[in-house]
Design a binder for this molecule. Structure first.
Ligand code: SAH
Length: 235
């Protein structure tokens, strides 16, 4: 009688952290589901999410979960955003090639890579991350996945924006902010959009600000939950 074992022999062991899952198939199913649920609508956003390997932005031990639609821990008490939230924000930002984008809360670098796919050629993403180790790891992930020409990862308190890189066509905040930091609207170009979750972590409103002719127009895109913002304008 042959006994089936869950243990892999040395020969068929996998070293890519996929845990033997067919990640390409998982990705296809996830993207279909994001389209069906209405989170992904434009062909550009679909292509961006098809192209970026989310597993490359996750710790090796959880790469098998890369295409499960939930946030996942990336260490230091932080998370990589859920794919549906990246899809919602990518669509809501109305990104175009050539745009200059500022991200607050770079984390793993995944979201920045998706944005990079939307703005290149010619565009630029500056991604700020306040936790030093994450900024280093995020920059490593960006390099490994080949986005270093478009994405600049910086260790900085993004709650005050990034004045050296302003103005930006788009700014998106990937952590929950207690309010609307004045610096972010100031650093937005005319005709630009800012996307920011405002509220206390678990319960925030995703707010989109449009700046045009010196005026700002504010609209709420619905509820969401994010890790809390730190730094000068954080909690
Ligand atoms: N976009 C990320 C999501 C990261 S979660 C991804 O795709 O993985 C939010 C991140 O915001 C955390 O890594 C946290 O450390 C960072 N953060 C919190 N406050 C910040 C601030 N003031 N400036 C820059 N980053 C901040």
């Amino acid at each position: 009688m042959r006994v089936r074992s869950n243990r892999r022999s040395k020969d068929d062991s996998v070293s890519d952290g996929s845990g033997g899952r067919d990640l390409a198939r998982d990705k296809e199913l996830l993207i279909d589901s994001l389209k069906r649920r209405g989170y992904l609508r434009s062909s550009e956003a679909v292509m961006a999410m098809e192209k970026v390997p989310r597993e490359e932005f996750m710790p090796p031990e959880i790469r098998s979960m890369a295409y499960v639609d939930t946030p996942q821990p990336i260490g230091h008490g932080q998370t990589i955003s859920a794919p549906h939230m990246v899809a919602i924000m990518t669509e809501a930002l109305m990104l175009e090639t050539g745009h200059r984008v500022l991200e607050i809360g770079g984390g793993s670098g995944y979201h920045a890579a998706v944005v990079a796919e939307m703005v290149r050629p010619g565009g630029k993403v500056i991604s700020t991350e306040i936790v030093r180790e994450l900024a280093r790891e995020g920059a490593d992930n960006i390099r490994r996945a080949g986005y270093q020409d478009t994405v600049q990862f910086v260790q900085a308190d993004g709650s005050v924006g990034y004045p050296d890189g302003a103005p930006f066509d788009r700014i998106h905040v990937a952590c929950a902010s207690p309010g609307m930091p004045r610096e972010l609207t100031e650093q937005l170009a005319d005709g630009g959009f800012l996307l920011i979750p405002v509220g206390s972590g678990m319960f925030c409103d995703l707010i989109r600000i449009e700046k045009r002719g010196g005026k700002v127009r504010k609209e709420s895109l619905g509820g969401c939950s994010f890790v809390p913002m730190r730094g000068r304008h954080g909690f």
